[in-house]
Ligand binder design. Structure first.
Ligand code: SAM
Ligand code: SF4
Length: 330
């Protein structure tokens, strides 16, 4: 699959549910309306759509959400997609999770063929954790991370950098992850969906974070690539890596290889644009899959050049897109 700007699309992110057992303040508002359950694709349908993308050249699938591990029977999807790893049709099956269910599922994930996962963790302070996630349980997440490492999963921590919240402890998080043999990526907060409070009050440019970290750590540009948007640096003191995901300060759209499927079968060709394609309609209309294949081709043909994220007071803190991050996943 090649889009109008010559980019090869080889990476599919699948949001298997928009529901979540946390309510992170930058991701969701306090009172969320979730997608109607009747509109959600079954696990079989999610697999059929994923298989269509694999046939068309996708080599990497990331399962995300909402919180993917709260979806009932989700291991069935992991096990079935894991078969494509065994057959060599897929290079990598991976997961982004808040870690709350890892104690339960880490072993099953490894058995399904998952080797690398991203766990989102914005602070090492249990009180701040409670504040930012509203509903999270810090100790359970810590146990989940340990369970994942014990099961043999390579864990990368994802941390949204938030002004006035975790800016003072980002260096500690580099140390904490480094000591445990984990990489860490920092992420700039993106204006997706309305949240309580102003995005401009929270927004912390990672150019500032990098400068701040460089005072304590020796950072050298790394050749390491995962197919994702993180720009990695080796940390000499820990032997691990720190990544920067900078949708605001450095747009990485020119190398975008990704499209995103929601749990209701909408395909978003860009995280930061409203345009989408209804793959569920195509899937349910034509059991021969011809309509689904044609709908995917048509959608890739209108993948936009990039997003237009801006966060500042002049733009009145308006979200770039109406949907929250939990719909398309990270
Ligand atoms: N629930 C899972 C988790 O938290 O890892 C997967 C879904 S979550 C939407 C995926 C990632 O998006 C998380 O790392 C989260 O911190 C990040 N995220 C959520 N809202 C964001 C926003 N507005 N800007 C930047 N990152 C965001
Ligand atoms: Fe849930 Fe992940 Fe969003 Fe937090 S960031 S509310 S854990 S989907």
């Amino acid at each position: 699959m090649i889009d109008p700007f010559g980019r090869h699309i080889s990476y599919l992110r699948v949001s298997v549910t928009d529901r979540c057992d946390f309510r992170c303040k930058y991701c969701m508002s306090e009172n969320m309306t979730f997608l109607p359950k009747k509109d959600v694709l079954s696990l079989e349908e999610l697999e059929l759509v994923s298989a269509a993308f694999i046939r068309k050249g996708v080599r990497k699938i990331r399962i995300t959400g909402g919180e993917p591990l709260v979806r009932k029977d989700i291991m069935t999807l992991f096990r079935n997609l894991g078969l494509y790893l065994q057959s060599g049709e897929l290079d990598e099956l991976t997961l982004t999770t808040n870690g709350s269910q890892l104690e339960k599922y880490a072993g099953d994930l490894f058995a399904a063929g998952v080797r690398r996962i991203n766990v989102s963790l914005d602070t090492l302070n249990p009180y701040h954790f409670q504040d930012i996630t509203r509903w999270g349980n810090f100790e359970k997440v810590m146990r989940g991370i340990e369970a994942a490492r014990t099961a043999g999963l390579h864990v990368k921590i994802n941390t949204v950098a938030l002004k006035g919240f975790n800016d003072a402890e980002l260096g500690d998080m580099v140390r904490w992850t480094g000591e445990r043999g984990m990489d860490i990526s920092f992420i700039e907060t993106m204006p997706m969906g309305a949240v309580d409070g102003l995005r401009s009050d929270q927004y912390l440019p990672l150019s500032e974070v990098k400068q701040q970290l460089a005072q304590s750590w020796t950072l050298t540009p790394s050749a390491y690539r995962t197919g994702g948007p993180s720009d990695y640096f080796d940390v000499a003191e820990t032997g691990m890596r720190v990544g920067f995901i900078t949708p605001l300060t450095h747009n990485f759209c020119e190398s975008c290889n990704r499209v995103r499927l929601t749990c209701t079968g909408m395909l978003y060709m860009c995280l930061g644009q409203e345009d989408s394609a209804d793959l569920r309609a195509a899937l349910r209309r034509d059991p021969s899959r011809a309509a689904l294949d044609a709908a995917i081709d048509e959608a890739i043909g209108r993948k936009p050049k990039g997003h237009d994220f801006i966060i500042d007071r002049r733009h009145d803190d308006r979200p770039a897109v109406k949907r929250h991050m939990n719909v398309t996943g990270g």
